[in-house]
Design a protein around this ligand. Structure first.
Ligand code: ZN
Length: 192
């Protein structure tokens, strides 16, 4: 089948992100693992079926910070890093980094920043986020174009501002979580 080609270059492949890739969480094991949770040694090898084929995955138990069963991690089969999730990529399980995955928000943020820079360039303004804009031109057509670009810029910068706010909230939550964990508390038993 031949289709007319518009534009140049190959069609863009959708990027693989954390959100679009199947994964297994260490918390999902509870039902799936044959051994009951408490009988896990500090380190155990379990078998996970990947497309019908068993794959041996190491699970580690970290007893230092938690009471009860301890905090469990997968050891990434590729890099041996301790992780909460393994992702299915090319019929293999691997950690987020080894699977080459990023978060979707990273892409949208980058795209948004490109757009802001683009609009600012057209306005003849500094490309820096939220930097002041040049005065509105007097000439009618130029002023109309200016208004249109400014309206688009306001929306684009508001989106970025919201994303930055989300990031700050996430980081704060993370810091709080780590603080609780360091206090050797059982309250913070959240596996993310
Ligand atoms: Zn890895």
């Amino acid at each position: 089948m031949s289709l007319p080609i518009f534009g140049k270059g190959r069609p863009r492949k959708p990027r693989r992100t954390v959100e679009t890739t199947p994964r297994i969480g260490v918390g999902d094991l509870q039902g799936a693992a044959t051994a009951p949770l408490s009988s896990f040694a500090r380190e155990a090898t379990i078998s996970i079926l990947v497309n019908g084929k068993p794959e041996a995955i190491d699970v580690m138990c970290d007893l230092r910070n938690y009471g009860g069963d301890g905090q469990r991690y997968f050891l990434c089969p590729t890099c041996s890093r301790k992780v909460f999730h393994l992702y299915l990529r090319d019929e293999r399980l691997a950690c987020r980094r080894c699977a080459g995955l990023t978060y979707r928000s990273q892409h949208t943020k980058r795209r948004g920043l490109h757009r802001v820079r683009d609009l600012r360039r057209k306005l003849g303004a500094s490309e820096e986020l939220l930097a002041p804009l040049p005065p509105r031109p007097r000439q009618h057509m130029a002023a109309a174009k200016y208004d249109r670009l400014v309206a688009q810029l306001v929306v684009a910068e508001a989106v970025i501002a919201a994303q930055l706010r989300d990031t700050v909230v996430r980081v704060r939550r993370r810091l709080k979580h780590d603080r609780y964990r360091d206090q050797d508390s059982n309250r913070a038993r959240t596996a993310g």
